[in-house]
Design a protein around this ligand. Structure first.
Ligand code: ARG
Ligand code: ZN
Length: 864
């Protein structure tokens, strides 16, 4: 054995190295003898030489040992094949052969949750991005499209249900209590979309009739006891199918569509053809255990995976550098679907909040990468907010510039042109140009350049001529590997408001394409107020010289809900940044704007709840060059207290008035709960003596998890007998329900409480904590590392706890471990003492021999 193997650098894969495959695999037949301890997989591949060359056939493998290799029926002897970095290498004489391999797997020992693994008595698969090579030898790259036939056999008592992609074609009984089933998928697909599930599952069965009148059998498969919690997912599925027909003209293409929920899953869900596999947290929901956010998460993720059937499966990715081709587009599609199901205004605000919380920090840190990356060590590390959420913003800008009809024409052309193909981001952009009639030449930079562009907007009014001049300058910050940037094409929606009337003369789409550009607007007797980047038309940071008075004006008058929200946020940010800098800030402006918003009866309560929310501590940190977590926390806490105290009667009134009678998921009921929870939060923050009692009362009386968890979260921030009692009650009530017990961990990890960091240490040793379930890990350590004040405790203990978790988790589940690294990588922004402590933890991780390449890549980049 090569003793340097573990210290050698894993290879870097580059986009520019793409080459068409040497061999194609038009058909594959798989035979699984399933068993949790020992499964055998026999794969028969028809392979054809692609072009004229004499290169060998290379079948990727990860941890596989070939027990038998056959070519055209003949068993090869050991000298006729060899393994190279896990891959099986065969030299083949002709242009077409049949290659057969036999391997053994141990699903119950697969803790990485990639490939075939066991979860709660089920056997299931996860192949994206490179998990199929852990199941069988195969050219594991998305541009190899094959027709699959899958034969599964298993003990009938333990695994009565056998599912795979496509349509069921045959089933029968075997010997020794075993049974079998065959599924065929007529649509050629890349191996990352392969899936099978075996287990004791119950089905919520329904049907959907497509626009051309075909009947599709729908099934959501869960443990029997969870059946009552599947109704919302089923409704979301049917709504998604109808929506994709109505909005994109896209119809479902198989006779069955199945979804399976599993408890152990590395991320949200997976769009395997005809057989989506879900993290159970995005399927199961009922009022007692799911919050409104959870319900929306179920709806959004069910839609996302369903929409992949066209944007991802029918048209897939040529290579993993094109990941945003399917993910950015599909996020854009699911965002618009959810907006149509609920409120456009609130959904847009939520999506921007998510982008700013997850993607902006990524784009300004050591892990920044373009929407179409140039290189990677481990592709799993590139399932990022940049690929997903910034990718969605790119599609949104194209859609905005084209308008709905031309955007639809571009999409139609894209699907027509590339159906059945493995395509590139460039193919998508070209289809938009050809189908929509637009030149996206400069726009392509959005795929190439990392970093969030900054736009500075200065407005000048000349009373003599009555003209307004808007001077816009843009810059894109340097990012790793990209010191120099070119100006981007930035679509900015603007409106100029008349101060006297609170109205404007129409919204305009400005196209900023140069480093500096001036736009003039005639006929303004008085200086207007600038509303810019309305509806967040471009994913940029806007700096403007608007006064607090102008922002207050917009927070009361802007007819674009996002811009109105944004004005309010900026007003708050300005006050908080002032406070953090030690200046006496004008809190009254914020209090007045909130009062005004609360008492405007024309506004949707869900919007009000968003608008009056203070910017998060992390977002405030992002506004500052050097982040001082303690000062940020103190400033925000003080402002919250002031808002709570000054508007106390309003909070009491809202909280009492919005008490519901009976649970409903109507937008009105959800909005009322959201605002009621915000009111409770401010009421408790006011320091009112009865605050904890009111929160405890809400906690005890609630007939739904939205109010119960909000009350618990509010109590968790303070010190009270009610805090201890509520956490105890919650634990005892939900200890047997893992998804809900996650909330108990998460609420404590999120708490603004001086003891949080010590509590995390305790909870990490709790008997219900486990490293083998990704949801539980995220609920504790993922949530904690997003709690800026607690994670950045000056002792450095937060860093140590997260690093300990990464080290312990890496050998078990490297993908999930790697996801905990980025918060430690933000050391440059946190002052020399914290930076030193964070770097020390990163180095401690790096020193561990045998680190996975997942963690290695993230830690190395984070230290740069
Ligand atoms: N394609 C899946 C989705 O977006 C996610 C797959 C994530 N894979 C990974 N290795 N992180 O729905
Ligand atoms: Zn996706």
């Amino acid at each position: 054995m090569d003793i340097h193997a573990s210290t050698a650098s894993p290879a870097v894969i580059r986009r520019s190295d793409y080459r068409a495959p040497d061999w194609l695999v038009p058909d594959i037949a798989l035979r699984f003898e399933l068993d949790a301890a020992l499964t055998t997989v026999r794969a028969t591949l028809s392979v054809t030489r692609n072009g004229q060359h004499d290169r060998p056939l290379r079948l990727d493998g990860d941890g596989l040992v070939p027990l038998e290799v056959r070519v055209d029926g003949r068993v090869l002897d050991q000298a006729e094949w060899h393994l190279e970095a896990g891959a099986l290498i065969l030299t083949l004489p002709n242009d077409a052969h049949q290659v057969e391999t036999l391997v053994e797997l141990a699903p119950e020992r697969n803790s990485k949750l990639m490939g075939l693994y066991a979860s709660g008595g089920l056997l299931c698969t996860q192949c994206e991005a490179e998990g199929f090579r852990r199941i069988t030898f195969f050219p594991d790259r998305p541009d190899i499209l094959s027709r699959y036939s899958v034969h599964m056999s298993a003990a009938k008592a333990r695994f009565p249900i056998l599912l795979a992609n496509g349509d069921p074609v045959e089933q029968g009984e075997g010997d020794n209590g075993r049974h079998w089933a065959v599924w065929n998928d007529p649509y050629p697909k890349p191996c990352y979309l392969f899936a099978l599930v075996a287990g004791d599952l119950a089905c919520n069965a329904d049907r959907f009739v497509t626009m051309s009148g075909r009947e599709v059998q729908l099934g959501i498969w869960v443990k029997e006891a969870d059946l009552p919690r599947t109704a919302h997912a089923m409704q979301a599925l049917k709504n998604s199918m109808a929506w994709d027909e109505r909005v994109y003209g896209r119809e479902y293409d198989l006779d069955v569509f199945n979804i399976v929920a599993v408890a152990d899953f590395n991320f949200g869900a997976m769009e395997n053809k005809g057989l989506n596999i879900f993290n159970s947290r995005y399927i199961l929901a009922d009022p007692d255990t799911a919050t409104d956010i959870d319900y929306d998460g179920v709806e959004g993720v069910v839609a996302h995976e369903y929409f992949h059937n066209w944007s991802g499966n029918r048209v897939t990715c040529r290579d993993w550098f094109q990941l945003s081709l399917k993910e950015g587009f599909t996020v854009f599609r699911d965002q618009n679907f959810s907006a149509d199901m609920g409120s456009h205004a609130v959904k847009r605000i939520e999506d921007v909040r998510i982008l700013r919380a997850g993607q902006f920090p990524e784009d300004s840190g050591p892990l920044a990468h373009p929407v179409r990356p140039e290189s990677y060590m481990e592709i799993s590390n590139f399932y990022t907010a940049t690929i997903y959420n910034k990718g969605a913003e790119l599609i949104r800008m194209i859609a905005l510039m084209l308008g709905p009809e031309r955007f639809r024409a571009g999409c139609d052309l894209y699907f027509d042109r590339h159906d059945g193909q493995a395509a590139t981001c460039e193919d998508f952009v070209r289809a938009m140009e050809d189908g929509g009639g637009i030149d996206l030449g400069q726009f392509r930079l959005w795929y190439e350049q990392a970093g969030t562009p900054r736009v500075r907007a200065l407005m000048a009014h000349d009373p003599a001529s009555g003209t307004v001049e808007l001077a816009l300058t843009q810059s894109v910050p340097p990012t790793p590997g990209q010191p120099e940037k070119q100006p981007m094409a930035i679509p900015l929606r603007v409106a100029l408001f008349d101060r006297a009337t609170g109205t404007h003369h129409g919204d305009e789409l400005l196209k900023l394409t140069q480093a500096e550009q001036r736009f003039t607007f005639p006929d303004f007797a008085a200086a207007p107020v600038l509303s810019i980047n309305r509806d967040f038309s471009a994913p940029v940071i806007v700096d403007s010289d608007r006064s607090q008075a102008d922002l207050a004006f917009l927070s009361a008058h802007d007819d674009d809900p996002f811009a109105r929200y944004e004005a309010m946020q900026q007003l708050m940010v300005n006050v908080l940044v002032g406070r953090i800098g030690g200046q006496s800030a004008d809190d009254a402006a914020v209090v007045d704007a909130i009062r005004h918003t609360l008492t405007d009866s024309t506004l949707d309560p869900a919007f009000v709840a968003e608008a009056i929310r203070l910017p998060s501590e992390a977002y405030l940190g992002d506004q500052m060059h050097m982040v001082d977590p303690d000062a940020i926390h103190a400033a925000r806490d003080a402002l919250q207290h002031r808002i709570g105290a000054e508007l106390e009667p309003l909070w009491r009134d809202i909280h009492a008035r919005l008490r519901a009678n009976g649970f409903s998921l109507s937008p009105a009921a959800k909005g009322a709960r959201k605002l009621r929870n915000a009111a409770l939060h401010y009421l408790v923050a006011s320091g009112a003596a009865d605050g904890p009692a009111i929160a405890f009362d809400q906690f005890s009386q609630a007939d739904n998890m939205t109010e119960r968890q909000a009350a618990l979260g509010t109590l968790a921030n303070g010190e009270s007998a009610e805090r201890i009692a509520a956490l105890d009650i919650f634990y005892n009530r939900y200890r047997a329900d893992p998804l809900t017990l996650d909330k108990w961990f998460q609420t404590q990890a999120f708490a603004f409480h001086p003891g949080t960091v010590d509590l995390i240490e305790e909870l990490g040793r709790h008997k219900d904590f486990t490293l083998t379930n990704p949801n539980r890990v995220r609920a504790l350590y993922g949530a904690f590392s997003g709690n800026q004040w607690a994670f950045h405790h000056r002792s450095g203990k937060g860093y140590r706890l997260v690093a300990d978790c990464i080290l312990a988790l890496d050998p078990i589940n490297p993908q999930t471990a790697a996801r905990l690294v980025p918060p430690l990588g933000r050391w440059k922004r946190f002052g020399p003492e914290r930076a030193g402590l964070m770097q020390a933890e990163l180095r401690r991780i790096l020193d561990r021999p045998g680190l996975s390449k997942d963690v290695l890549e993230q830690v190395r980049k984070s230290l740069d």
